[in-house]
Design a protein around this ligand. Sequence first.
Ligand code: BDP
Length: 710
Amino acid sequence: MKSKFLFVFISFILLNSASFATDPLSSDGDDGYKLWLKYEPLTDASVKAEYLKYAAFIGLSGKGEIAQSAGQELQKGLKSLLGKNVSVTNSSGNKTGGIVLKLEPAAANNQQQEAYRIQLSAGNIVVSSESESGILYGTFALLRHIQMQRSVKSLSQTSSPKVRYRMLNHWDNPDGSIERGYAGSSLWKWYELPECVDPRYEDYARANASLGINGTVLNNVNASARFMSQEYILKVAAIANVMRRYGIRTYLSVYFAAPKTLGGLSTSDPLDPKVRAWWADKVAQIYKEIPDFGGFLVKANSEGEPGPQDYGRTHADGANMLAEAFKPFEGIVIWRAFVYKADPNADRFKAAYEEFVPLDGKFDPKVIVQVKNGPIDFQPREPFSPMFGNMPKTPLGMEFQITQEYLGFATHAVYEAPIFKECLDSDTYVNGEGATVAKVVDGSLHGYARTLMAGVANTGNARNWTGHPLAQANWYAFGRLSWDHQLSSEEIAREWTELTLTRNQKACAHIVGLMLRSREIYVDYNTPLGLSRPWMGVHFAPEPWQNKGSRPDWTAVYYHRADSVGLGFDRTATGSNALAQYQPPVQAQWIDPDKTPLSYLLWFHHVGWDKKLSTGRTLWEELCTRFYTGADSVRWMQQQWELAKSNLDPQVYTDVAQRLKVQHREAVWWRDSWVLYLQTFAKKPIPTAFEPPKQTLEEVKQSVKVYLIR
Ligand code: BDP
């Protein structure tokens, strides 16, 4: 009896572990693992019939591993979508009725290697590109089209990426933790590598390639020197071997003082010949193991990280030294502009511009300077960074944050495409109207040869990758926009919803509506009218009263400046004059408090509590209105989700429904904290239209205290 039980138990374990290790896609119900690559059987019979006419074979002309990946993906997709096993052949000859993946320029006038074309030609569906990567992207685009049950008739398309380096930045640490990660631990199992290669790495690569992402930085910008050791280079190489099959290059964040910490040198001075030689050898050592290594990402002289300024050198000196080490190779150096010195009298807003703009023209051509979208730090709403447009001789890459550090972690649904688009579509007015941030980033404004868009990843080892099921849409949106920043937030939301949640059009409309409004709703209950809140700590609990920090800009009060007169940060000439960093037409939009759009008002002005705003309400009334309607609108989000219920997988439905409940509770928490705290300055009652908070300020403070106890 006992041994029989043991046998059953062991068989159970073996069966389960075997099925997980060999097929991480298999699971009961929709646990979110498959992301937007679900390939669910087509339900529209006429569309299915159209595609079955092209399912006789897959003709593959490329022999490399990326082309092989494309062939396999198509085979896998068709099997599931059409229910047909389609074989892959190397020569399609004159055959018709198949899908041909062909190495041939996508269009005569298109110089872009990664561009692809999909067309009907000589009785086949033909996906063509000059490169195997382009074929892979075209294959994913074709699969997307079929998944969305779009007709063969609307298939023809040519597409090319607007930006050359499209990458994720993982803030993952060697111990498996993730800085600002809310979906479990790191995907990278450093202690098991290089021998154990988790099948999940391949699914990660597939998901990225399906969006056109072609680079990944594996480790945190607050980097450990460990990654420069031979032991870790081998681990990284094992991951790079998987990424390569999907056209993705692997990059590393580096610790600037590694020559000292790891190399045993007495200095890490970038102008010291021994230091330069150390980096050159290091880069050569990496290329031995990873021939297509992408390059380095560097956070230097920022938030306590070491850098060239420790030796009286500039950011350009540091970046150029590393660029020199990459000279024999294809790799690049991405140098971050996220810097702000501890100066009690400074405005953090101005810091990056002040340090970097004077260095324009001094960087090696292999360097790209990576700039966060806003001047401070991934706030729910920020004006675009004034660096964009003001460094014409230096390629500026965009850094967006996908992980929801300031956007409610994994319990708030906030669709981020509108945040990304708002920045990309902003006009810098450099050399006249129409000089959008997007045109700076895609190189068309200043003719940068190297262009970059990076997103700080929101992935972790949670089964559904991102914790909140709807947060998958943010990874998706980032990827799609890095390929084509002209896509609209709505188009992307619709695509993602159809591919991931439901093909039912009505349900889709509810979900897309919810997604499109989610960011404004969040801003309303979190930081309305241009408030910001990047104080130190967990970046989640509301504590606008926080006034103690090792430096002024690590407190909350530094940012909102509430006092008996009013609220907001005066950044005009009477204040910090940060506004002067923008071109005059941009200044003109924001200089006059009566004309500044309300969404940016408190970013630039200290506004009196009784000041009448364009809505007809005073500042105090408007704040209350926003906080209250924002929190109430989460109820509306819940209703929209309910309306889609019958068309959703029960597991996904329940997960999101529960998280929306948390979101509502936390939205009220945010609202009450702000309103009660600001009331101590404004000294005014809550407008009668709204029910006063049930808790007192002291009670809210206590709840935040409890939240923050370690
Ligand atoms: C801030 C994060 C911090 C990062 C830093 C950065 O709070 O964890 O290290 O940015 O981007 O947003 O370097």
